[in-house]
Design a protein around this ligand. Sequence first.
Ligand code: OAD
Length: 233
Amino acid sequence: MSTAGTIVILTGAGVSAESGIATFRGPGGLWEGHRVEDVCTPAALARDAALVHRFYDLRRAALDTVTPNAAHDALARLDAAWPGELLIVTQNVDDLHERAGARRLLHVHGELRSALCAACGSRRAWHDALPPATICPACAAPALRPDIVFFGEIPYEMERVEAALARADLFVSIGTSGAVYPAAGFVRAAAAAGAATLELNLERSAGSAWFDETRLGPAGVLVPAWVDAVLAR
Ligand code: OAD
C-alpha cells in the first residue's frame, strides 16, 4: 500500500495460544473430549445451565492467569500507528487484544468478561462467577447468561465488519482454522472487494486456498515481523 489504506484483521484462538489459552480444535484443545457444538449451543444452555455457566466461569477465571503475547502487542502497535482505517475483528472471547492496548477492535463471538441478559438483551461487564438465574440489574429478570455467541446465534457487529471488508485494501487472517462461518467467509468478501489477502497461521486453514499468500509459523513470530514490514512501507 503506497498510501494508508484500509486494513481488516481477523484473529482466532491461535493468536492467544502462546499466552497459554488452549485453541478449540487442536490437540490439547479446550474442547477435547466433547464437541464444541455440544456445549456452546442454546440447547446445551437450556438443558444444563449449571454446566454451561460453570464452564465459562472457569474460562473467565483463567483470564487472571494469562497475559498478552508478542502477537497481541504487535497488533496493538499497528492499531496505534496506522494512519488509515483499521479494524481488528476477533473471534476470541478473551480480553488479551484490549489488554495489549488495541482500540479498533470488535468481539464478534462475545466476551468472557461480559454478561448478557436473555430477557432484555442488555450487556454488562462481568468479572466474577455468573451462577444461572442471576438477576439482571436492568430488567430484574433472573436471566443473565455468559455473553458468548453460541452456535446458531448471530455474531455481533456483522454490519460494521461487512462495511469494513467492502472497503478493505488488505485482509489478514491470524490464528484461525477457518472452520466457523461467517468469519471463515470474510476472506472471500475481502477478495471480492479487491483486497489483497494474507494468512498467518501455524498450519494451512480450511480456507487457505482463498488467500493470495500464506505464511506458516507461530503468531508470536509472524505477526511482529508482518507489522514491522507494514509500518516500514
Ligand atoms: P481453532 O481452534 O478452530 O483454530 C485455531 C487455529 O490457530 C488453528 O488453525 C491452529 O493451527 C492455529 N494456531 C495454533 N497455535 C498457533 C500459534 N501459536 N500461532 C498461530 N496459529 C496458531 O480456533 P478458531 O478458528 O478461533 O467460537 O475457532 C473459531 C470459533 O470456534 C471460536 O471463536 C469459538 C469456536 O466455536 C465461540 O466460542 C463462539
